[in-house]
Design a protein around this ligand. Structure first.
Ligand SMILES: [Zn+2]
Length: 322
């Protein structure tokens, strides 16, 4: 042991010995953070840079009627198998930002705190990612449920993304903006009609409507995935040799709906049609070993799909340096 290290060792020992005699309150406890860390995760797809932006989680109480074709007991068993408590569905919300190299594109917009207190953090996470709302060039909307479109406006109806061109599926617009359809709606569906009008009514002229199947930007193709809503749309991203499926709400919580693709939650307006879209998309993702992303998957909401038993399993992406 050199003189220097011995001296340091002795000094250290003395300090330790001395410290033991200090009153306990001389050790300041570290303050607890009392908040979650940044909900931002970046990954690459060819030349695209993707950013998962966590908006929060909506803890939805559910009862035995939540799945039209599965009992509450079966649903609670599926929740327990995922180490989740019974009678509550955690609906994680993650928007996806795509930097194509020339455009900054946001796919769906978060809930803007207009659904539940435990969601509405997307814009805070956007800021932590170093992006201002005014930087967003393009917004692509999958469908008109509030957790996907509410981020377009504040509670006071101000536009959040002043420079963004908004693209929505044509059949979705046609359905929700039809007065006859609204007149026949009740309950939460009626609320969705009113909300869609609140968001889009005064900006209707600025909203571009696209036919699902169309390429919206170079490397971003829309895919019809009807059933969840009449115009519900997914997206495929292609850059270089890489491709990814942005499944939107075709598959939501994977422990329920990837493992049990035939389950028809009351959220799916046309249950059998949604099942068909879900099975087709899961099948394609598994067969082609494609990277997938889904708005309600656990953060960072991306991974791969493998066949497992009568259903499918999500293999989440591992956090990695960019
Ligand atoms: Zn949703």
């Amino acid at each position: 042991m050199s003189t220097l290290t011995r001296r340091a060792f002795v000094a250290g020992s003395a300090l330790t010995a001395g410290a033991l005699t200090l009153p306990r309150n001389a050790f300041a406890s570290a303050p607890q953070a009392q908040a979650q860390g940044p909900g931002v995760y970046r990954y690459k797809l060819g030349a695209f840079e993707l950013t998962a932006l966590y908006d929060g989680t909506w803890y939805l109480p559910i009862d035995g009627k939540f799945i039209r074709n599965a009992s509450g007991t079966r649903v609670n068993k599926a929740l327990a198998q995922a180490f989740l408590p019974p009678n509550v569905l955690p609906i994680t919300i993650t928007a996806l930002m795509v930097n194509t190299g020339s455009k900054l594109v946001l796919i769906d917009t978060g809930s803007a705190g207009q659904i539940t207190d435990t969601a509405g953090f997307m814009n805070a996470n956007l800021a932590l990612a170093g992006v201002k709302p005014a930087d967003i060039d393009t917004i692509l909307i999958s469908h008109f449920h509030p957790d996907h479109i509410d981020g377009i406006k504040t509670k006071d109806d101000d536009k959040v993304f002043p420079n963004a061109e908004i693209f929505v599926p044509e059949p979705e617009w046609t359905f929700w903006m039809d007065d006859g359809n609204q007149a026949r709606a009740t309950g939460s569906v009626l609320k969705y009609f009113r909300n869609a009008r609140r968001i889009f009514r005064d900006i209707a002229k600025e909203v571009h409507r696209f036919k699902p199947g169309a390429e919206l930007l170079p490397g971003i193709v829309s895919l019809p995935a009807y059933g969840h809503t009449p115009g519900h749309t997914a997206f495929a991203l292609h850059s270089g040799k890489e491709s990814m499926l942005v499944m939107s709400d075709t598959v939501r919580n994977p422990y329920l709906f990837a493992r049990h693709p035939d389950w028809q939650p009351i959220f799916d307006m046309d249950g059998p049609r949604a099942v068909k879209a879900r099975r087709a998309m899961l099948d394609r993702a598994a067969a082609d070993r494609m990277l997938v992303e889904a708005y309600h998957f656990p953060f960072p909401a991306c991974g791969h799909i493998v066949k497992a038993g009568t259903g499918y399993e999500l293999v989440p992406s591992m956090w990695r340096p960019l």
